[in-house]
Write a protein that binds this ligand. Structure first.
Ligand SMILES: Nc1ncnc2c1ncn2[C@@H]1O[C@H](COP(=O)(O)OP(=O)(O)OP(=O)(O)O)[C@@H](O)[C@H]1O
Length: 259
């Protein structure tokens, strides 16, 4: 089976007089079903890479394929979750979750069971008919994840989906996302600033350099699943975190003397 995402020498230069070079030669091969965490300093091009994969930006050089086809416009079979949940305030949670089905002109009635299943999976069953303003930040983000999953995307793109949440809710969301992913087993590209979050969730962690972004190292996280939160206190977990922190130190991004 062809991989889910294949990138070779991907460059991205934004147009305009101050056109920023965001990506400078990204090579990556992401097999189907892999959970990939993407970690890097602010402004290094992580979102740009995700947006290129989603067909929301065009690359300026190189090859980028999703499910064996070059990306031209939004590829089929992808779901996206952004940092802000982007739910529509005037639609109920159920109706928000069904949006991608409506957009694809598919019969909404056929997805009723799927929506019920996702609501149960994310513990939102009692809020199906509520409106986004009636939900907490974590609940809204869970609803956004349901929406991204409703049409069984082979590839789920998540751009700092938990960045706006408090630490406790974020921990809880990490556990829930892992549980959902272990059931769905779609390919996930998960952008984060958090080293621990990247290691906790990822089969692999791709570490980006400062802008223009390139991949400094791809680290395989060989920890058994399901991973409990307490795994973060184990020496094995600590070794991965220390290694990645070392990469950031080598890039001059963490200065212990100033800490
Ligand atoms: N639409 C755009 N037009 C011009 N430049 C852009 C555009 N979007 C992003 N950039 C620039 O590209 C670079 C990479 O931005 P990007 O948002 O991909 O970084 P990031 O790693 O996701 O950052 P953060 O972690 O802070 O969200 C930045 O210098 C940014 O200013």
């Amino acid at each position: 089976m062809s991989g889910s995402v294949h990138a070779a020498g991907v460059h991205k230069q934004y147009p305009g007089p101050r056109g920023v070079q965001a990506l400078a030669g990204i090579d990556a091969d992401i097999p189907q079903g892999r959970f990939v965490s993407i970690l890097g300093p602010s402004g290094c091009g992580k979102s740009t890479f995700l947006r290129c994969v989603a067909g929301l930006e065009t690359i300026t050089d190189g090859t980028l394929e999703v499910h064996g086809k070059p990306v031209r416009g939004a590829p089929d079979g992808i779901g996206i979750v952004f940092q802000r949940d982007a739910l529509l305030d005037w639609r109920s949670i159920r109706s928000n979750i069904l949006l991608p089905v409506e957009f694809a002109h598919k019969p909404v009635a056929r997805y009723a069971e799927k929506v019920d299943h996702l609501l149960a999976l994310t513990k939102l069953t009692d809020f199906a008919n509520s409106y986004p303003r009636e939900l907490s930040g974590g609940m809204r983000q869970r609803a956004a994840i349901c929406r991204a999953l409703v049409d069984d995307p082979e590839l789920l793109l998540m751009d700092e989906p938990f960045g706006a949440l408090d630490a406790l809710t974020r921990d809880q969301m990490n556990v829930e996302l892992q549980r959902i992913w272990m059931e769905t087993r779609n390919t996930v590209m998960f952008v984060t600033h958090g080293i621990a979050e990247a290691v906790f969730l990822g089969d692999v962690v791709m570490v980006f350099s400062p802008r223009p972004g390139r991949i400094v190292e791809t680290i395989t996280i060989d920890l058994p699943r399901p991973r409990p939160l307490a795994i973060r206190e184990t020496p094995e977990f600590g070794k991965y975190v220390a290694h990645i922190r070392g990469l950031f130190q080598d890039m001059g991004l963490i200065d212990e003397k100033k800490a």
